[in-house]
Ligand binder design. Structure first.
Ligand code: SAM
Ligand code: SF4
Ligand code: SF4
Length: 336
């Protein structure tokens, strides 16, 4: 039985947010004025346990999920994350298991995560220049710390490594070329992400977005590029390779070239709500069902029904209606 949504999209990817906390205050995600000392973060009791997460993930797997990504907030702030990785990898050995992290705590954890069964990591890095990095991420962690984590991940084989760079007009666009130069030829895949209007606290304006087309042209002038085919149906990154064989880059063009038609993702928040779109205004609670004694069959039926009604296509609507807005949940909460 196929599990397509209302727009005929299959369910393939599950993103699990394991915490809403973060040790960075990226201006585009958790601005310090909003996420300050008085901000109420989730308590431990509210979070799904590793057992609950694994049980749900297995159900998603039976419904078609082939890729699972752990995220947050900063997922490595969740204590003993490698224990969850081991539980997931043991329960679903064939699933592609990845982690997105800001890289601040990865150097120490890379070996344990790999040994537990993690396949790959994506590490966020918005600049090589420390001042620009700080302007984007508002943290005291240095670029050097993140680069050390990238090396550690490579050493233990959490590869291929993807590097996520959010590009914001007037802040770090001057880092596009230095980042391209630095990561060319390393085997790591640098991915440029258009600044998105996720949540409602990051003061997003269309003028802050550097269109993917412009990023490609900037790099192409120094290092000629050519387009590549998508690896698989539903891949979000637009892929390009260096003509001289120095590897590939990706562009996440959520604003200028929306890819909702191929979106096969569902998100599970740290408290057990399901979101069928990154820009959703509300989620569906599964924690209550889990804690209320629902059987696997009941959980399966709930998720199947949720997915079959899914008609989200926010980014396409934003483009069609220009300046389309709706109330949205924060990315650090829903899981990026
Ligand atoms: N804390 C981890 C990290 O930063 O890698 C994982 C969670 S973070 C929400 C996941 C990804 O979302 C990061 O690569 C981050 O740069 C990206 N992101 C966050 N806010 C964004 C925004 N407004 N526009 C585009 N990408 C964003
Ligand atoms: Fe934290 Fe990641 Fe959001 Fe930056 S993007 S504030 S590192 S959750
Ligand atoms: Fe998927 Fe929603 Fe993003 Fe469209 S806007 S690609 S439906 S998460």
């Amino acid at each position: 039985m196929t599990n397509n949504d209302a727009l005929k999209r299959p369910l393939r990817d599950l993103r699990i947010s394991v915490t809403d906390r973060c040790n960075f205050r990226c201006r585009y995600c958790m601005p310090r004025e909003i996420f300050g000392p008085d901000h109420h973060f989730l308590s431990r009791r509210e979070l799904l346990t590793f057992e609950e997460i694994t049980r749900l993930a297995k159900i998603f797997h039976t419904l078609g999920v082939r890729k699972i990504r752990l995220t947050g907030g900063e997922p490595l702030l969740r204590k003993d994350l490698e224990v969850l990785v081991r539980m997931l990898a043991t329960a679903m050995p064939k699933v592609d298991l990845a982690l997105t992290t800001n890289g601040s705590l990865l150097a120490k954890k890379a070996r344990a995560l790999k040994d537990a069964g993690l396949d790959r990591v994506t590490i966020s890095l918005d600049a090589l220049d420390d001042n620009i990095f700080r302007a984007m991420t508002d943290t005291d962690i240095s670029v050097e710390d993140v680069l050390t984590s990238i090396c550690a991940a490579e050493e233990v084989g959490l590869t291929p490594i993807k590097i996520n760079m959010v590009v914001k007009r007037g802040v770090n666009e001057g880092e596009i070329l230095p980042m391209a130069r630095y990561f060319r030829g390393t085997g790591h895949i640098l991915r440029f992400i258009e600044f998105m209007d996720v949540g409602s606290t990051n003061q997003w304006e269309n003028e802050d977005v550097v269109p993917a087309r412009e990023i490609i042209e900037t790099i192409h002038r120094e290092f000629p590029l050519e387009p590549l085919e998508a690896n698989y149906h539903g891949e979000v990154a637009n892929r390009w390779q260096y003509r001289d064989g120095a590897g590939e880059i990706g562009l996440i063009t959520s604003v200028t070239q929306p890819f909702c038609g191929d979106c096969t993702r569902i998100r599970l928040s740290a408290v057990g709500e399901l979101f069928t779109c990154l820009f959703a205004s509300s989620g569906q609670d599964v924690r209550e069902l889990l804690r209320g004694g629902a059987t696997d069959a009941e959980l399966t039926a709930f998720i199947r029904a949720l997915w079959s009604h899914r008609a989200d296509r926010y980014s396409e609507l934003r483009q069609e209606k220009h300046q389309y807005r709706q109330e949205k949940v924060e990315m650090s909460y829903i899981g990026g």
